[in-house]
Unconditional design. Structure first.
Length: 202
């Protein structure tokens, strides 16, 4: 798909918006925007939400997995959607397992909020001329944190306050430089705990 976009988008009118049908995952959207696509439509947020698949800044999670049975965290710590502010993963999983319609509705609400928020972030990054850095940071975090579940959930919110030059240091634990001056007070308060809780053992 990416190759086709690279070959076709340059020939489309620059004074009209470029639309890509049926796309896609957060990674697909980031790659397509980089290649000149302006807007999308896709069933992923709603259809996958009805099946308990939830999109977060740290990868996709499946609430049907047993690991969430007693998980009292919100779907995504730090998310400001109505679902994450009120309900836990365990409760929503219970609703899904019981085939309660509310469970599916809550999952869809979160996914739509996530996608809309990501598109807002993309527009802001484009306006500031910082899309390349935003894309790199977004993709790295979504892949790295998903593959390293040992990183505690309370650190997830911190990732978007990391200095771009230090993000690669995540491979070796969370460095002191990770919590830069731009960090919010709530993040600085957990600074020492994050450092101690995520360093790899020799």
């Amino acid at each position: 798909m990416y190759h086709i976009l690279e070959e076709t988008v340059p020939y489309l009118p620059v004074d009209k918006p470029t639309y890509l049908m049926g796309v896609g995952t957060p990674a697909n959207i980031l790659e397509a925007v980089e290649r000149g696509v302006d807007f999308f439509d896709c069933v992923y947020p709603t259809r996958n939400g009805r099946h308990g698949h939830l999109y977060t800044n740290f990868g996709k999670i499946n609430l049907f997995n047993a690991q969430y049975e007693l998980d009292m965290q919100p779907i995504e710590p730090g998310c400001q959607c109505p679902v994450c502010r009120r309900y836990s993963r365990a409760y929503i999983r219970h609703l899904l397992k019981a085939k309660e319609m509310l469970g599916m509705r809550l999952c869809v609400m979160h996914n739509l909020y996530f996608y809309n928020t990501m598109m807002t972030e993309i527009r802001d990054a484009l306006d500031k001329g910082e899309f390349a850095a935003y894309k790199k940071r977004k993709q790295y975090v979504m892949v790295y944190v998903k593959k390293h579940p040992s990183i505690p959930s309370f650190i997830e919110e911190c990732v978007f306050f990391v200095n771009e030059s230090n993000i690669a240091d995540l491979r070796n634990g969370i460095p002191e430089t990770y919590f830069i001056k731009r960090s919010r007070p709530s993040i600085r308060r957990i600074h020492s705990h994050c450092i101690q809780g995520t360093k790899r053992q020799p």
